[in-house]
Design a protein around this ligand. Sequence first.
Ligand SMILES: C[S@@+](CC[C@H](N)C(=O)[O-])C[C@H]1O[C@@H](n2cnc3c(N)ncnc32)[C@H](O)[C@@H]1O
Length: 614
Amino acid sequence: MSTQSTPSLGIEFTTIRSVKDALTLASAQKYDFLVIPIIRKQYGTDLLTNYGSKQLAWPAIASRLKGVGESADMSTALVALIRHVVDVDSSNVHIRNKATKLLQEELAAAQYFSVARVIIRIRNGNITNLTRIAASTLNTLYFAYWFVFPTSAQSNSDDDDAELQPWLWWNKIYKLLDYHGKVYPVLELSADVPSEQAQKRWLGEPVRAVILPTKIFTTNAKGFPVLSPAHQLFIIKLIKLKVQFIIKGINPRDSTLFEPYLQYLKHVTRQTEPTNRVLESFTHGYEDRLQVPLQPLADNLESRTYEIFEKDPIKYIQYEKAIYQALIEKYDQKKPVTIMVVGAGRGPLVNRALEAADRAKYNVHIYAVEKNPMAIISLHAQKQEWGNRVTIIHEDMRSWQPVCKADIMVSELLGSFGDNELSPECLDGAQRYLKDDGISIPYSYTSFICPIQSPRIFSELVYNRDANKPYYANFETPFVVYLHNCFFLAETKPLFTFTHPNFSNPIDNSRFGEVEFTIPTTGTMHGFAGFFDAKLYKDISISIEPNTHSKNLISWFPMFFPIREPITLSANSTIKVNFWRCCSSSQVWYEWTVVEPTTLPIHNPTGRSFSIGK
Ligand SMILES: C[S@@+](CC[C@H](N)C(=O)[O-])C[C@H]1O[C@@H](n2cnc3c(N)ncnc32)[C@H](O)[C@@H]1O
């Protein structure tokens, strides 16, 4: 069982002579890394005169950093605070050019001393030159960029705007750097805790570290530094994103000051221990990891995949409840009832149907229909236990010709988006042998969508491309993903519903839906989260839709439908989305696009990047 380990902790010093001594001090005090400027002073404020033809004072830098590049440990323990930042975006061409040269030298010095990370403080949105310089180094210099933002800009505007501004600066930098994987935001907290919305927006970003100035701590009754309860709650959420912490403002000459902050963060980390261990054991390590959806119809599942399904603590309970309730409400206890479990896998639903029948004291005969030849072996292994009450059928449910009809047809052919594992197509093919008054469990399922901000996933899509596929392929593929580092931009809305049995003639499983969302607060959309809610019998259901999520249902992670271009949406704007479910004789696929507030290309036309085989 995983537990949250204490976050990596750093310390920021601006006035220290020997970096090596400071590193030794930080490490002796059990701090993992040190944030320190490579150069001691920035060139003066009277820039034109002071910059002159100056270069960095290399001999001074070399003596200050003496011994620093010696070991790999030392480089990872050092974060270089970059000084020459503001003037690279000056409107004065001379200042801009000189500042650019100094910044480039400072970055070169960081590279020379093999630091793994550089920190750049951002104080306004005038940052395109700065970002261009960073862009030009991303593929040649090794270090990662940590851009530091205040949680509230110093401005005369209203609070909402002051909180939004720093995020807008970050949003601009990240877009300009094309969501590069070596670029992260770092938050510097102040005495004011960000509003709920601002916190959520930042929690949707790949925040790497949080700077805690000592001045925002208060002292508790025992004399130790603590943060306000509101700060603490925000920090607990950030720890779940695995951020690192940096304490800023400790006097390096007083070694008694170091330990209390470390103890405080350990204490807060203990409060982030997962409360739901079941959920944690299924999700740990899957956070924001993209998985290609299963296609159990076209491919045969492996035994260990069934094994994972079968560990679900709630799914089978709900099915058993539904079968039990259907038996006692609809059928005569004196007459035998025929139940067909179509897509039986290794047999867990067969077992649940038997248990429901035993509890209700009904005489049932069960047909276990499965097309996967290996799962059939597992079914036969249980035959002795089941006896004559179960008949095993190795057939595709769509083409099987049974000798009798079913009273109850039980199936679980659902994907994260409900219909995406082709439950509609399979059940339409099987309903021939459902009695006219027979029932299907489930009898209905609906997919849901929600626009989300998920830059970390977007970055994965940009940089983890299959070189043999066209550039757009990743952005036209729905993925299964345990969403973690993301921000839901609106309420989820229903999209497509399927009901069974389906007596329409002809049956048409293609669908079109236009859905409109109002975005309460500014954010950038990178795609849609997808969910399902399935009704098994009457109001007995299984759902992964956030508003109705069945507690501890862990078999399905959400779906993610990317978009090709991120769209920054301002508060109260409207977004209009079109989604299609398309069907041919051999495939089913989704197409989607955004039509408001901007128009995107139709994603995945003709299923060119992703389709599901029938
Ligand atoms: C998601 S698994 C569920 C297995 C099992 N019922 C459970 O709940 O653990 C779906 C099963 O349906 C089977 N299946 C899918 N389409 C089928 C078809 N057309 N005919 C027969 N079996 C099918 C798959 O091989 C797989 O074993």
